[in-house]
Design a protein around this ligand. Structure first.
Ligand code: TNX
Length: 671
C-alpha cells in the first residue's frame, strides 16, 4: 500500500518527464555517448553492477512476462509500474519480445550459492530480464528495478516518461538472512492498515522481518480468546504524548493479525511477534489482576506496586509477573499458544529485557524465561528474546536467538550479553541502540534537539543521525561476536514519543535504509571519511524524491546531499491561449520555500520558465515548509503566459537553488 498524503493536487495536469537531475557532481551529467557511466542510486548497494551501453525504455506496449511461481512477482512489478506510467503492462505467459520485462525462476550461476534471496537483473536496450532461484529473490530484484527508474515512478498519479533505465547487469544477494524492522505498537497503537503501509515502504529496502512489539507496560494489543480483559482493560490506553496523561489505545483482533501477517508475507516479510515478559508487562498484570476466571489472580503480580497501577509514562523496570504461580502460566500459555498458532514464521519473541534484580532475583528471572522457553518450543517456535535472556541460569533451547540492544561495543561492560549469547550457542540479531534504535533523536546539542518533540536520547547523547546508522559492522562490533554468530540486523522503533504514523516515518526514514545497507551489502569501511559513505549518501539522497512522490514523511537530514529533482507537467491553454498553473513539480528536501520564493533570480536562486515560443518569465513556487516532525512538501513551480498562436509548445523550467547545479524540467503546453 502506498501513501499519497503530500502529493500536491495537480488538477488535471498530466506530468511530463524531465532529466533526472544531478545526484552529485560526479553523477550530474545526463548520459551521452562517451560520457561517464551513470551512477546507480540503489539502496542497499548491490553486490555487483556492470554497465552496458544504451538504455532500456519502458513503453505503453511493454508486457511483464512470467510463468509459474514468477507470476505473483510479475503482478507486483506491474502493480508498482502502472500508477505512474498509466500503461496497461499486462502479465503474460507468452515468450518475451523486445520491450518486455521478463521475470523468471532460474538458477543464475552468477549468484553462486545465494539461492534463497539472490537475483540477477539484466537490463539491455531491448529488454529487462530478472532471474532468481526463488520468488523472494525475484522480489528483491524488483525492488532494485524500481530504484533504477525516475523518482516519480513512485507517484500514484500518472506522470509522463520517458521511463528509461541504463543498460546494466546487477548480480546481488544479502549479507545477512535477517533484516528486520521492529515496531512498538504497545506504547503507541496503530491499526493494521497503517502497519501495512510501513511494510510496503520497508520492503522497498529489502527488509524481510517485521518484529512486532505487541505488549508492554502501557498496552496489550492482540485479542486472546478466553482472556477478554487483556484487551478491554489492557488495550485501553497508550503512552501519553503532547501533555496528555494517556493516548488512545486499541488492539488487533486475531483476524486483523492474520491479515497483517498475510500482507507481510506478500512482501516476503516474516512477522516475529513479541509479548515482553516477565518484565515490561504491566498491561497484562492490570488486565488479569482481577480476572474472575482465574483462581488466584492477585498472585500474578510481582511488580513494584501492589495493587498494580497504570503508568502511561515512559518509565521502565517496575512491572514483573510472578514465575511460580499457576495463574501466570494460564495467561502466558494462552498467549504463546494462540499467537504461535496464527504466526507462520519460525520465531516467537518472549522479550525478557530489563527486569531489575531488585524486583526479581536473577535466578527467579532465569526460571521464568526457562519455563516460557519450554512453552514456546512446544509450539514449534524458535525462542527469540532481547539478549538479556542469555544471562546466568537461563538455558536457551538450541537455535535460540538473542537480540543485542545495548549501546555497547568491544568488550565494554554492557557488551557481555553478546558473549553470553555466543557461549550458549545462540544466534544474534544486532540492534545496538546507538546505531539501530530508530526512536533516538537525530541531533542533540546544548541548545536544541532534532526532532524537537519526538524521540529519546539515552543511547545517543549527541544524537544518532544517518552516519550512526550506517557506520558499524555487525560482525565485529562486540568482542567475541562474529559473523558466524550473527544472523542479521534490526532497526527498532520504540514508540513512547510517537503519536502518529507520520511521526514513525520521520524517525524511521532515512535511517532504516542505512541499516538495510549494513544488513544487505558486503562489509566495507563505512567511516565518515570513507568513499563508501560518500557514495551511500549520494544514493540515499536520491531516495528523498522517491519518498516525496510516494507521500512518505522523512527527516531531511543535513548529512544527506538531497538533490533537486524536477519533472514537468502537461498544461492546456484556455481558448484565449492563456496558461496558468504548475509547469513542474520540484523535490527539494530540506529547502524551505523562502529559499525559492518567487524564484526571483536573486541570491543565486532562480526558476526561469521558457515557454517554448521564445519568451520566458520567472516562475512562482508553492508548497509547504518543513516542521519539526514533517519534511517539506513537493513544490509546484507555476507561471502565467499567453500564447499567441495555437500549437504544441515544449517549454523548460530551469531551477537553481544555492550552489546546487541547475536542473531543467521539460513541460508541454497545448493551445
Ligand atoms: C529500552 S531496549 C527498552 C524499551 C524502551 C527503549 C526506549 C529494550 C530491550 N528495552 O523498553 O522502549 O529502551 O528507547
Amino acid at each position: 500500500m502506498k501513501r499519497s498524503r503530500h502529493l500536491l493536487a495537480l488538477a488535471a495536469a498530466v506530468i511530463i518527464g524531465a532529466q533526472v537531475p544531478a545526484l552529485s557532481v560526479t553523477a550530474l551529467a545526463a548520459p551521452r555517448a562517451g560520457a561517464a557511466q551513470p551512477a546507480l542510486s540503489v539502496v542497499p548497494k548491490p553486490v555487483s553492477a556492470t554497465f552496458g551501453s544504451g538504455r532500456f525504455t519502458l513503453t505503453s506496449a511493454a508486457r511483464i512476462v512470467a510463468t509459474g511461481a514468477a507470476v505473483a512477482v510479475a503482478d507486483d512489478v506491474a502493480g508498482y509500474l502502472r500508477p505512474a506510467t498509466g500503461y496497461p503492462l499486462p502479465v503474460t505467459g507468452d515468450a518475451g519480445q523486445a520491450g518486455d520485462v521478463v521475470v523468471k525462476i532460474d538458477h543464475p550461476a552468477a549468484i553462486g550459492g545465494h539461492l534463497a534471496e539472490g537475483y540477477r537483473l539484466a537490463v539491455t536496450p531491448s529488454r529487462v530480464t530478472l532471474e532468481a532461484a526463488t520468488a523472494h529473490g525475484l522480489y528483491n530484484g524488483v525492488q532494485t528495478l524500481r530504484q533504477l527508474l525516475p523518482a516519480w515512478i513512485e507517484s500514484q498519479t500518472v506522470m509522463r516518461g520517458p521511463w528509461t533505465i541504463p543498460a546494466v547487469t546487477i548480480t546481488d544477494w544479502p549479507r545477512y538472512q535477517y533484516r528486520g524492522l521492529m515496531l512498538d505498537v504497545a506504547r503507541h497503537f496503530e491499526p493494521v492498515s497503517a502497519v501495512e503501509q510501513l511494510i510496503g515502504e520497508a520492503a522497498g529496502y529489502k527488509i524481510n522481518v517485521l518484529h512486532l512489539h505487541i505488549s508492554d507496560d502501557q498496552g496489550f494489543r492482540l485479542a486472546i480468546n478466553g482472556f477478554p480483559l487483556l484487551t478491554s482493560i489492557g488495550a485501553a490506553g497508550a503512552v501519553g504524548t503532547s501533555g496528555r496523561q494517556s493516548d488512545p489505545g486499541g488492539y488487533w483482533t486475531q483476524a486483523d493479525y492474520r491479515a497483517l501477517v498475510a500482507d507481510a508475507a506478500a512482501h516476503f516479510m516474516t512477522v516475529v511477534p513479541e509479548v515482553d515478559s516477565p518484565g515490561h508487562n504491566n498491561a497484562i498484570i492490570m488486565s488479569e489482576y482481577a480476572d474472575p476466571a482465574l483462581p488466584s489472580p492477585h498472585s500474578i503480580n510481582c511488580g513494584q506496586s501492589n495493587p498494580p497501577q497504570w503508568d502511561y509514562t515512559e518509565d521502565v523496570g517496575y512491572s514483573a509477573m510472578c514465575p511460580s504461580v499457576p495463574d501466570t502460566w494460564a495467561v502466558m500459555t494462552a498467549i504463546v499458544g494462540q499467537l504461535s498458532a496464527i504466526t507462520p514464521g519460525p520465531y516467537y519473541d518472549l522479550g525478557g529485557d530489563e527486569v531489575p534484580a531488585t524486583l526479581m532475583k536473577p535466578s527467579v528471572y532465569a526460571a521464568f524465561v526457562n519455563k516460557e522457553s519450554g512453552i514456546v518450543r512446544r509450539q514449534g517456535k524458535i525462542v527469540m528474546g532481547w539478549a538479556d535472556i542469555a544471562g546466568p541460569g537461563v538455558h536457551p533451547p538450541a537455535g535460540s536467538v538473542a537480540e543485542f540492544w545495548q549501546p555497547a561495543s568491544g568488550d565494554g561492560p554492557d557488551s557481555v550479553t553478546g558473549r553470553e549469547a555466543v557461549a550458549k550457542g545462540m544466534k544474534l540479531v544486532m540492534a545496538p541502540a546507538d546505531h539501530a534504535y530508530l526512536d533516538q533523536k537525530y541531533v542533540v546539542t546544548n541548545t536544541s534537539s532534532v526532532p524537537g518533540s519526538l524521540g529519546m536520547n539515552w543511547a545517543c547523547p549527541t544524537g544518532c543521525d544517518v552516519s550512526a546508522a550506517y557506520d558499524w559492522n555487525p560482525g565485529s562490533l562486540v568482542t567475541g561476536v562474529t559473523d558466524k554468530n550473527v544472523i542479521g540486523v534490526e532497526g527498532a522503533l520504540f514508540s513512547e514519543t510517537i503519536a502518529s504514523m507520520a511521526h514513525a516515518d520521520y524517525m524511521i526514514f532515512p535511517r532504516l535504509p542505512a541499516l538495510a545497507e549494513v544488513a544487505w551489502s558486503p562489509s566495507v569501511s563505512r567511516t565518515a571519511s570513507s568513499p563508501a559513505y560518500r557514495d551511500f549518501l549520494r544514493r540515499l539522497g536520491a531516495q528523498g524524491a522517491r519518498w516525496q512522490f510516494a507521500g512518505l514523511n522523512f527527516y531531511p537530514s543535513t548529512q544527506v546531499p538531497w538533490p533537486l529533482v524536477a519533472t514537468g507537467s502537461m498544461v492546456r491553454a484556455d481558448a484565449a491561449g492563456s496558461v496558468t498553473g504548475p509547469v513542474a513539480i520540484l523535490s527539494a528536501p530540506g529547502f524551505p520555500t523562502s529559499t525559492l520564493t518567487m524564484c526571483d533570480g536573486g541570491l543565486g536562486i532562480g526558476c526561469t520558465i521558457s515557454w517554448g515560443d521564445g519568451s520566458s518569465t520567472t516562475g512562482d513556487v508553492s508548497g509547504t515548509n518543513a516542521t519539526d516532525t514533517a519534511v517539506n512538501s513537493l513544490y509546484s513551480i507555476f507561471g502565467q503566459h499567453t500564447y499567441r498562436h495555437p500549437g504544441t509548445y515544449h517549454g523548460t523550467v530551469a531551477i537553481s537553488v544555492g550552489n546546487l547545479p541547475t536542473i531543467t524540467a521539460t513541460f508541454t503546453a497545448v493551445f
